[in-house]
Design a protein around this ligand. Structure first.
Ligand SMILES: C[C@@H]1O[C@H](O)[C@@H](O)[C@H](O)[C@@H]1O
Length: 137
């Protein structure tokens, strides 16, 4: 086996295609990954069963391969308690820039040709979608 943090061949291959400023979407389990992503993006399905595999662990492993300069989150309604944002903020470096987009704007961004990799997670918490802008090494 590989001595690396990620073993998934398709995921490793697509990650290697993601240069500076490309976008990687980690989608929650409610997200419509086919209709709300770029037609040119590779979709990697890691959503084996609900809450297997959650999005924070995917982010944690991705960060061993890439630098992230910006994180774009899907804004949640005011009365929604969003518990995942703090988990993402704990994992991402302090200097990461954050941006929140309303749902339709988030979809628009995810559909842009800059999005090369979409990872369907088993994360069942709503509004857990996160778009990562790849940074330089
Ligand atoms: C209303 C929103 O729709 C999105 O597509 C889902 O991915 C979010 O979690 C949320 O439920």
């Amino acid at each position: 086996m590989l001595k690396s943090e990620i073993l998934h061949p398709q995921l490793l291959g697509s990650l290697a295609q993601c240069g500076h400023k490309t976008l990687i979407l980690i989608a929650d389990s409610n997200y419509s990954v086919v209709t709300n992503s770029s037609p040119g993006a590779t979709i990697v399905y890691l959503n084996f069963a609900p809450d297997m595999i959650g999005s924070p662990v995917i982010l944690e492993k991705l960060l061993t391969y890439i630098n992230v300069e910006k994180a774009t989150l899907m804004a949640s309604p005011d009365d929604f308690e969003n518990t995942i944002e703090k988990e993402y903020q704990r994992l991402l470096p302090f200097e990461t820039e954050y941006c929140w987009l309303q749902r339709d704007d988030f979809y628009r961004q995810a559909k842009s040709s800059d999005t090369l990799l979409v990872i369907a997670s088993g994360e069942t918490r709503r509004f857990a979608n996160i778009l990562l802008t790849v940074g330089v090494v």
